[in-house]
Each structure stands twice: as C-alpha cells, then as structure tokens.
Design a protein around this ligand. Structure first.
Ligand code: ADP
Length: 222
C-alpha cells in the first residue's frame, strides 16, 4: 500500500488532467500528461511484480481456491492482451474445452497467463500466439505457444529465476525486467503445480502450466 497508493494517485490524476487538456485542446500539455501517466502505469506494474515476488519468496502467499470459468477468464484476457498482440502484427488463438468450472486460485492463474501471453506477444513478430487448455477431473493443463525468437537450451532453466533474462543483449531490445516467469513459477509451485518450457532458437517457445484441479474428490477428502 505504501508504494501503490501514491503511484495510483499520480496515475489517476494525470489521467484526469489529460482528459481536461484534451477537451480544452491543450495538445502539448496532453502529450506531457500522457507521458507522466504512461511512466506511472509502468512503474506501478513493476512495483506490483516486485511485491508479488517478495510474497512468493517470503512464503507469504495466500491461496484462495474457488470456481473459475475458463471461457470467461480467457475472454477477459483476450481483451486485455489484444493491443499487445496486435502491436507486432501477431494473431491470438485460444482453444480448449471445459465442461464446467475448474477449481483453482483465479487471481494467480490470471497473472500466470497474462505474463505468458505478454511474453509471447513481446518476443514474436508477424506470427501466432496460441493458448490451448485441457481440463480433467484432476488437472488443468494450459499451453501458451508462440512462433517468435525462441530460447537457447542453456538459458531455459535460468529464465525462471528472478531478474534473469535469456540473452541480455537481445532482451534489452525487447525490454522487460526478468520477473514475470519467476512469479509464474512461484505461483505454480504454491498451487502444487508446475511450469515448464520447450523451445529452440528461432523456433518459437511453448510454456506449459499444469495445476491441480482442486475439485477432485481425493483432494477434497484429504
Ligand atoms: P521479462 O520478459 O520481463 O524479461 P520474464 O521473467 O517474463 O521477464 O522472462 C525472462 C526471460 O525469458 C525474457 O527476458 C526472455 O529472455 C525469455 N523469454 C520469456 N518468454 C519468452 C518467449 N515467449 N520467447 C522468447 N523468450 C522468452
């Protein structure tokens, strides 16, 4: 809160002033305010990542298992990711079947998928990002695949560590902090699941997430 509240205020007010500048045709002010708002929103994103990671590392991560309707969640994610996907001329495909809800931690699953989809969009040009899911009574399996730059074999285990990127030179060109996948792994492990990657340079990347579907009788009885 100490970090988030003041920044949220900066973002909120610059947004408001930006709208006023737009209405009053003050184009220069509007451009400056847009920069302030953009930088503030970026910083807020970073702070949220650092706080998530701090929670993962301190073991202080609450889990809230509930009903999750994947169709609805993925439609939401699609709306959020669409601009990112379109930015580099990519297509987004989503496919899968779930007859009812899955039982997991909705916020964490959302964050995991958002991180994977934004990475896929970031490292792919004029290609395809696809998400496939499969639900069984015991497991939820999701695959996020892209046709982008891919990851060298020796970097594949490192990328799940905090502040680590596959290739610092390449990644500088693409931006990022190296926190997204560390958070994904932390969340997956906290939910008793796993995350893994399959990739080759120039051949795209496939990230697989496997989380227990907590509905299974065995788990409810345990
Ligand atoms: P960030 O993307 O902010 O740098 P992440 O932890 O999400 O941090 O990713 C770590 C690194 O893993 C990235 O910097 C990049 O080198 C590599 N990476 C992640 N996803 C992909 C992908 N879909 N294609 C290629 N490289 C990827």
């Amino acid at each position: 809160h100490e970090l988030r509240t003041p920044l949220a205020t900066i973002v909120g007010y610059s947004e408001m002033l930006q709208e006023a500048a737009q209405v009053e045709n003050r184009t220069e002010d509007e451009a400056d305010l847009r920069r302030i708002q953009g930088a503030g929103a970026h910083l807020l994103g970073l702070i949220n990542q650092v706080l998530d990671l701090a929670n993962v590392e301190s073991g202080d991560l609450d889990v809230h298992i509930g009903e999750v309707y994947l169709g609805r969640m993925l439609a939401d994610l699609r709306a959020i990711c669409e601009p990112l996907i379109a930015q580099h001329g990519n297509q987004l495909e989503m496919q899968g079947e779930a007859s009812g809800p899955v039982y997991t931690d909705e916020m964490k699953l959302r964050q995991i998928l958002l991180n994977l989809l934004s990475n896929a969009a970031k490292f792919t040009r004029q290609g395809t990002v696809s998400l496939h899911y499969r639900v069984t009574s015991d497991w939820l399996e999701i695959e996020v695949r892209d046709t982008g730059i891919g990851i060298a074999p020796e970097a594949q285990s490192r990328i799940f560590e905090a502040f680590t990127q596959a290739d610092s030179r390449l990644t500088r060109a693409y931006g990022g902090t190296g926190l997204g996948l560390a958070i994904c792994r932390g969340f997956c492990e906290r939910l008793d699941g796993q995350i893994s990657v399959d990739s080759a340079p120039g051949k795209g990347a496939t990230f697989r997430v496997r989380l227990p579907n907590e509905r299974s009788d065995a788990r409810l009885l345990a």
